[in-house]
Design a protein around this ligand. Structure first.
Ligand code: SAH
Length: 228
């Protein structure tokens, strides 16, 4: 599923030039996967933030969205996506925990046959879903639930991305078992001022490799669901 880049308007804050500047910055920061760079060029990030912040949508920074959450920084979205993709090119089943604005979901939808996305705040997931449907992204399955337990009924996954910081080893252990052999989990872990992004690969049925790939700052994983 890809977004037609004729949608990119020629002028103003959403112009190709502004987006290309962001892509050049991501390349300078070490993102080399052309497919991922192209996805960040074509997915209209300004639609995933409020009108008041749209002029900052192509800055390489996280921005506030509603319900005290944040849309992740483009560099982190690119890093997480290229880490789970590696040379695979396409993923069959991808799980995202923390739909939020839906931006990372839209990026993942470019590389996955199907993206399963979980969110604990109903209002956030409803608006993300509405926007992703408007963008004609049809290969996404939504669930309003607590992502601490992953999505056992749909496991195993080729890739799992967690877009809020985990604090519990139990959550990490649960998600590890929901990976296919060869599958990858990318998850921020740790307290607010000391989080690290882990890339965990399931090497064999009972063997995982765990590497720290960046220091990061994410909103925390919260348990339970919110109906509003
Ligand atoms: N990928 C999103 C990031 C949003 S911030 C984006 O780019 O916009 C992280 C999101 O994780 C928030 O929306 C938050 O509500 C959600 N979250 C936190 N804990 C969760 C949990 N236990 N289950 C599901 N979603 C959770």
């Amino acid at each position: 599923m890809s977004i037609d880049d004729t949608r990119i308007e020629g002028i103003g804050i959403t112009s190709r030039k502004v987006r290309e500047k962001l892509i050049a910055e991501l390349q300078r920061q070490g993102i080399t996967d052309q497919q991922v760079l192209n996805a960040l060029l074509t997915v209209p990030r300004h639609l995933f933030v409020s009108d008041a912040l749209a002029h900052r949508a192509y800055e390489n920074t996280s921005l506030p969205i509603s319900y005290n959450q944040t849309i992740s920084q483009p560099y982190i979205v690119a890093l997480m996506t290229s880490s789970v993709l590696l040379d695979a090119g396409t993923l069959k089943k991808t799980l995202e925990i923390g739909t939020g604005s839906g931006y990372q979901t839209a990026i993942l939808a470019q590389f996955s046959n199907r993206v399963y996305t979980l969110e604990r705040i109903k209002g956030l997931q409803d608006s993300a879903r509405q926007l992703l449907e408007q963008l004609h992204l049809k290969n996404i399955v939504y669930s309003h639930r607590d992502g601490v337990d992953g999505w056992a009924e749909e496991a195993p996954f080729d890739a799992i991305l967690v877009t809020a910081a985990a604090w519990s080893n139990v959550m990490v252990e649960t998600l590890k078992t929901q990976l296919k052999t060869g599958g990858r989990l990318v998850i921020p872990f740790g307290p607010p001022n000391n989080q690290q992004l882990h890339l965990i690969t399931r090497k064999q049925q009972d063997a995982w490799e765990d590497r720290v790939i960046a220091r990061v700052r994410f909103v925390p994983v919260l348990s339970g669901i919110s109906m509003s």
